[in-house]
Write a protein that binds this ligand. Structure first.
Ligand code: ZN
Length: 390
C-alpha cells in the first residue's frame, strides 16, 4: 500500500468528549475492488450487499489513482471513509448511532465561479497561460476549443488573449473540470473569437461550428432507458442518486462499436458493471462499455478505430435486461456522453442564428470590458482530487 501524504489532527466533540481523529489521504490502487477494500479494512461486506442495484453499480465507479480519505480514532479504528466517484459525489462509510458501519452517498461541495483571464503574448498562448495562472487545464482546454483553426505563426509579442470561463473551487483551490464560454486570440492584432453555444460546441463569429473532438453512439440511435445523472438528491428515496453514464436498451448480441479511436485500457469484469471494456482516447477522454454478453476481438493494449466492434450487448453484472451502459470520462471524471457525441457539424441558420448573434454580441462586449479593465492574473494552486497515473 502506498502510504501517504497528509496527516492532520482533528478534534471532534462527540457527547462532550473530545476525540482525537487522524486523517489519512490514500490513493486507490489499480485493480482494487470495493469489496476487497472493505475486507482489507475489516468493514463488514454486508454494507455493500445491502445496497440496491443502482448504488452497487456506483461503487464500480471508483477510479484507480483517485485520492480518498480515511479518518481513524486514537486506536486506529476507522471512523469514516470518503471515496470520490465523480466531481460531484462521494461514497461515505461512517459509523451510525449504534456504532455500526453504514454507507451513503454524499455530495462533494464546491463553488462555481465565473471568471476571466487576459494577458499579452510573451512566449506562446499555451506557455503564457501557464506562466500567468499555473493552470495547465485552462491552457489545453483553450487550444482544444480552437481546434487548430488559427495559424499562430503570424503571432506577435503584445497580441492580446482573453478567455471567459467558469471554474469550480473547493477548499479555496481550483477544482475539477472548467468550462470555457468564449475567447479571443489576436494574431498580428487581428482578433479570432470562439463562442460556446449549446452543450459543448464552439462556433466562430459567423456561426460556423468548429471541428472538435467527437464521438459516435456505440449502438446507434436506440432508446435511452436511463439518462446521465451527475448526482442529485432523490426526493422520494431521500438520498443522493447518480447514474454516471447512459443506458441504451438494445437486444442481446447487438454489436457495440468503439465511440472513438483509442486503445483498449480495460477488458474484464467490474463489480456491478459485469463485462466491461474501457477505451482510452486522446485529449484526456475515456469511454466505458458495460454489461456486455461477449467481448470483441481486442485485448488490453490493442488500438481500435472509431466504429470497430469491441463487444456485444448483454445483461452481465447487475442488470435487469439487456442494455449497454455507456460511460464517458474526461480527465478521469464522468461526463455526460450526450455532450460529446456527434450530432451535426453545421453552420447555424434562421432563428437559431438570430439567438446566437445576441449571445455573440454579449460576449464581444464582455471581452471589450475585460480588455479595458486590465485585471492582473492570479496564480492558482489547484486541488487535484484525481491524480494522473503514469
Ligand atoms: Zn447504467
Amino acid at each position: 500500500m502506498r502510504k501517504i501524504i497528509l496527516i492532520l489532527s482533528i478534534f471532534l466533540s462527540v457527547n462532550l468528549i473530545s476525540k482525537e481523529l487522524k486523517m489519512e489521504e490514500l490513493i486507490w490502487e489499480r485493480g482494487e475492488s470495493f469489496l476487497f477494500f472493505l475486507q482489507k479494512n475489516q468493514i463488514p461486506l454486508s454494507i455493500y450487499h445491502n445496497l440496491d442495484k443502482e448504488d452497487k453499480e456506483l461503487t464500480a465507479e471508483i477510479i484507480a489513482g483517485i485520492k480518498y480519505q480515511i479518518l481513524r480514532d486514537e486506536n486506529e479504528n476507522i471512523e469514516q471513509v470518503l471515496i470520490p466517484i465523480s466531481e460531484d459525489l462521494q461514497i461515505q462509510i461512517y459509523k451510525d448511532l449504534e456504532d455500526k458501519y453504514a454507507i451513503t452517498f454524499t455530495p462533494i461541495s464546491y463553488k462555481i465561479e465565473n471568471t476571466n483571464l487576459t494577458f499579452k503574448i510573451n512566449k506562446s498562448v499555451y506557455q503564457d497561460i501557464i506562466d500567468n495562472t499555473q493552470n495547465s487545464k485552462l491552457a489545453s482546454a483553450l487550444l482544444r476549443a480552437y481546434a487548430g483553426t488559427i495559424n499562430y505563426t503570424g503571432m506577435k509579442k503584445d497580441d492580446k488573449v482573453v478567455i471567459v470561463y467558469s471554474q469550480k473551487r473547493r477548499l479555496g483551490r481550483v477544482y475539477g473540470d472548467l468550462n470555457i464560454k468564449s475567447a479571443m486570440i489576436e494574431v498580428n492584432k487581428k482578433p479570432y473569437y470562439i463562442f460556446k453555444y449549446g452543450d459543448n460546441d464552439f462556433y466562430d463569429e459567423s456561426g460556423k461550428q468548429l471541428e472538435s473532438y467527437t464521438f459516435i453512439l456505440p449502438v446507434g440511435n436506440v432508446r435511452i432507458s436511463s439518462p446521465f445523472n451527475p448526482g442529485r438528491f432523490h426526493p422520494i428515496l431521500k438520498k443522493y442518486r447518480a447514474h454516471l453514464g447512459i443506458d441504451y436498451a438494445a437486444p442481446k448480441g447487438t454489436p457495440i462499436k468503439a465511440a472513438g479511436a483509442g486503445k483498449i485500457s480495460f477488458r474484464g469484469v467490474k463489480n456491478g458493471y459485469g463485462n466491461v471494456i474501457q477505451i482510452t482516447h486522446s485529449s484526456g477522454y475515456m469511454t466505458l462499455y458495460a454489461h456486455m454478453s461477449k467481448f470483441g476481438n481486442y485485448k488490453i493494449g490493442d488500438s481500435v478505430k472509431q466504429g470497430q466492434i469491441v463487444g456485444y450487448v448483454g445483461s452481465t453484472g447487475l442488470s435487469t435486461g439487456p442494455h449497454l451502459h455507456f460511460g464517458m470520462y474526461k480527465n478521469n471524471t464522468a461526463i455526460n456522453p450526450a455532450s460529446v457525441v456527434r450530432i451535426t457539424k453545421d453552420a447555424l441558420t434562421g432563428k437559431e442564428k438570430q439567438k446566437f448573434d445576441l449571445v455573440v454580441k454579449d460576449y464581444i462586449n464582455e471581452i471589450k470590458h475585460i480588455l479595458e479593465a486590465k485585471v492582473t492574473p492570479i496564480k492558482e494552486e489547484s486541488f487535484e482530487n484525481i491524480v494522473e497515473l503514469n
